[in-house]
Design a protein around this ligand. Structure first.
Ligand code: ZN
Ligand code: ZN
Length: 417
């Protein structure tokens, strides 16, 4: 059987899959200016061809005028889609885009204090040299972490980095073709998978997790207090049903029902209590949500406080890449019941309080809509390592702004508007 027979718009659909592959080729050549420009030019033409090819078939496609004009109206009010159309005309008829090589420098002192600035630097200048030139200016700011991210922008769309801009256009076109397939009564049309293997015929209006717009390979991090670089290691752990079954048995737990991070927080806390009692410790776990769906989960570790600030900014990068709208964190924390100030009047963080600090299990959830919940279960370690857990309580009046650890993610949600 020829699987292509089932796709009602194979030319447009295959061209969209080409765009996915071209996007990866472009991302992989980010640090090679000429190759990057070449792939960008092809990608922009590819994106535009999807709609040209669809229009050619308009007499054969059910309800075309309806869904296509809806797409056109949206595209007209979207600066990214207008840029794709203008850029395609420019690339085909006039000249290249005017690419600017920039670095974005982010300085994070603590949860509350950070600054971001964008500079123009030659594309081939190594990040180390950029850092050296930034640090050569005398400054009081010798604490915290600085991150240098490489970025390309087009002069005609200066506020948008190009992996991000072209991905946005790709997502819109996926939405259009998904709608077109629906109109033909076809969910999955069965176009064959390609290379790289993430390039398949599945159509979704959500971002694909493989299209990382904030890849670690384009960022360098520097610890200003220790005056050394911070590296990032990412390890992918494939899902293993046998291990999951073993874990269910070990902790005496079952799977979670569907729910958003706020609804699930008490259930997750019950799980976490069982894990802590059994293992005597609990790793830091992050769940990212889109609505009621968990789209990614992972464990985070960091060597020290500066690495922790950085880890949460990298988490915000991932939230942006996946367009996650909810987050749930599980962690062990230091916990105090009162506030003490240092000689300068600053509140001393619980982690620095010495002997009067306590340990607690913490489940913290937040959504992009502004909801948040913070559950705390204090515990003590008894003889022979037994864990004595107290009742879980809800931290009162939790507002987004009061949760420092979430600030990188909340700021990113605002920037994503
Ligand atoms: Zn198709
Ligand atoms: Zn991919």
């Amino acid at each position: 059987m020829n699987t292509y027979n089932r796709c009602p718009m194979p030319s447009a659909h295959k061209r969209l899959m080409d765009c996915h592959a071209m996007w990866h080729a472009m991302a992989n050549s980010y640090m090679e200016p000429e190759t990057f420009r070449m792939h960008l030019n092809s990608l922009i033409q590819g994106l535009r061809n999807v709609t040209f090819l669809l229009q050619k078939q308009k007499s054969e496609l059910p309800d075309f005028t309806n869904w296509y004009s809806e797409f056109q109206d949206q595209a007209k009010s979207d600066p990214t889609m207008r840029w794709v159309v203008a850029s395609r005309n420019r690339v085909v008829k006039e000249s290249d885009l005017e690419l600017l090589s920039e670095v974005k420098v982010r300085w994070v002192a603590d949860w509350a204090n950070k600054q971001e600035r964008t500079f123009t630097f030659p594309p081939r200048m190594p990040s180390k040299a950029i850092l050296a030139s930034l640090l050569s200016t005398p400054s009081e700011k010798r604490k915290g972490v600085v991150t240098v991210s490489r970025r390309w922008v087009d002069r005609a769309l200066p506020e948008q980095e190009l992996l991000n801009a072209t991905r946005k256009a790709f997502i819109r076109l996926c939405g259009l073709l998904s709608r077109a397939h629906d109109a033909c009564g076809i969910g999955s049309c069965g176009l064959a998978d390609r290379d790289p293997e993430c390039v398949n015929g599945i159509l979704t209006a959500d971002p694909l997790s493989c299209m990382d717009i904030n890849p670690g390979s384009l960022q360098d991090h520097f610890d200003l207090s220790a005056m050394r670089g911070i590296g990032e290691i990412y390890t992918k752990v494939p899902y293993d049903e046998a291990k999951t079954a073993k874990a269910r048995k070990r902790y005496g737990v079952s799977d979670f029902p569907p729910g958003d991070p706020i609804e699930l927080a008490p259930l997750v806390m019950d799980h976490a209590r069982k894990v802590l009692s059994r293992d005597k410790h609990h790793i830091n776990v992050v769940w990212l949500f889109r609505g009621n769906e968990v789209i990614e989960n992972f464990a985070q570790t960091y060597a020290d406080q500066n690495a922790k600030y950085l880890a949460f900014h990298r988490l915000a990068d991932r939230v942006e890449t996946l367009r996650a709208d909810g987050i749930l964190l599980i962690a062990e924390m230091w916990y105090v019941t009162d506030h003490k100030q240092d000689d300068k009047g600053n509140i001393i963080p619980a982690r620095d309080r010495g002997r009067d600090r306590r340990e607690a299990l913490h489940v913290l959830s937040a959504t992009r809509e502004g909801e948040a919940v913070s559950l705390i279960a204090p515990f003590s370690r008894k003889l022979l390592g037994t864990i004595q857990l107290e009742e879980t309580f809800t931290e009162g009046d939790v507002e987004h702004k009061s949760i420092g650890i979430l600030s990188p993610i909340l700021d990113r949600w605002r920037e994503m508007e």
